[in-house]
Design a protein around this ligand. Structure first.
Ligand SMILES: Cc1ncc(COP(=O)(O)O)c(C=O)c1O
Length: 398
């Protein structure tokens, strides 16, 4: 579609376009004697003496420092500013949305765009399971256009995606995942651009939960295309490269209009002060440096240890996909070299039940027959994976 013809009013549900958003107390004033939000001026009942300032434990009561008796900043302004430092191609804080993990953002995107019982989303299996679950919860249809899976390529079937999306007016969102889960593969830029240029009038989401694990020579974040395509929305998360799955902070990057409708629809205080504080520290210069050094170690473990060692094991037929994430998709084969769900399942069950090692069975996903998805762990954990698999597979051979 010519970029200028993207029309947000045709994408957002009419009730959301009309929505008079809840105006919370902190939208008006945030300084002075604050007696406007029915908070407890006497302070928090719980006071921890642990503060995570500069990663040091100090005696300043966290509840006081974080003013936990107050509602959090509904806009998460400081965290958004730090996101701009991390992703310099993003124009401003109005292009950034914060949610309770990417999972909340997935739900909000569906809720602001898709009318229950009428509209649908397009997904490209094999892909992250939450898109489907969220669509089902919201009574929204699911159009599936599988990835090209031959030889573990896991790339878009571009023509089929465009035909399905433009030929069905119920499709409001195309959901892409890059690097994909469970495919571990970054999508080709030419393909993503073709979808964005196709004339599809809805939102194209690119879920980049694993983007920091991609080696630069293989590709980079699509956040830089947001300025060019107002219908593009990129999702990232603090759960993976920053190692902060517990704080639940997802980051959306998109045109100001989409972001503003998401802000209208979200609960004003959904992201907590604790989450914002931890994210702010993690997104400091030191935090980002630490994240990058962890990513380097993880990439080395993935590419120089785990993958070559897995490929030496009996019954391991291939590692599928581009290995752009913090996991590998390992295919198990029978004695004829055919992908075997039976072997994958047996190995998975034996390891989880009897050897204290839990990975994920993915053999039922489209194009992933015989596959287990193994998260790249620490050096010791990866050694355990190889040793345990070697033992379990040698018993298979007997
Ligand atoms: C592709 C993808 N998107 C999103 C998520 C969820 O991220 P969050 O922890 O931010 O909700 C995951 C988690 O595994 C994922 O694999």
């Amino acid at each position: 579609m010519p970029v200028s013809s993207f029309d947000i009013t045709r994408v957002i549900r009419p009730n959301i376009l009309r929505l008079e958003p809840y105006r919370c107390a902190r939208d008006d004033f945030s300084e002075g004697v604050l007696l406007d939000a029915n908070e407890n001026s006497y302070g928090a009942a719980y006071k921890s003496n642990i503060s995570c300032d500069n990663g040091q434990i100090c005696v300043e009561p966290q509840a006081d420092r974080l003013q936990l008796h107050r509602y959090p900043d509904p806009k998460g302004y400081e965290v958004k500013q730090r996101i701009l430092k991390l992703r310099p191609s993003v124009a401003g804080v109005d292009n950034v949305f914060l949610g309770v993990g990417s999972d909340e953002i997935i739900d909000l995107i569906v809720r602001i765009t898709c009318q229950p019982g009428r509209d649908s989303i397009l997904i490209t299996p094999p892909t992250y399971g939450m898109y489907k679950v969220v669509a089902s919860i919201n009574d929204v249809g699911i159009v599936k256009v599988p990835l090209v899976v031959e030889d573990g390529a896991f790339q878009l079937d571009v023509d089929a995606v465009i035909a399905a999306a433009t030929g069905d007016s119920s499709v409001k969102v195309i959901w892409l995942c890059s690097p994909g889960n469970p495919t571990g593969t970054i999508l080709r830029e030419a393909d993503v651009r073709q979808v964005l240029d196709s004339g599809f009038g809805g939102v194209v989401v690119v879920d980049e939960a694993y983007v920091d694990f991609v080696r630069p020579e293989r590709g980079e974040s699509y956040a830089r295309l947001v300025a060019e395509y107002p219908g593009l929305f990129v999702m990232q998360t603090m759960s993976k490269s920053f190692g902060l799955a517990g704080i639940r902070l997802g980051v959306g990057i998109g045109g100001r209009e989409i972001v503003s409708y998401l802000n209208r629809a979200k609960a004003p205080y959904s992201v907590s002060s604790l989450t914002l504080d931890v994210a702010k520290h993690a997104l400091s210069d030191e935090g980002i440096q630490k994240m990058r050094s962890v990513v380097n170690s993880l990439q080395a473990q993935r590419d120089e240890y785990l993958i070559p060692k897995l490929l030496q094991l009996p019954r391991v037929g291939a590692i599928l996909g581009g290995n752009d994430g913090n996991f590998v998709l390992c295919r198990f084969v029978d004695s004829n070299g055919n992908a075997s769900n039976e072997i994958a399942k047996r190995v998975y069950t034996e390891m989880a039940q009897n050897r204290g090692l839990v990975v994920r069975y993915r053999g039922s996903d489209y194009g992933c027959e015989g596959c287990l998805r193994i998260t790249v762990g620490t050096a010791d954990e990866n050694k355990m994976v190889i040793e345990t698999l070697r033992n379990v597979l040698s018993e298979e051979e007997d």
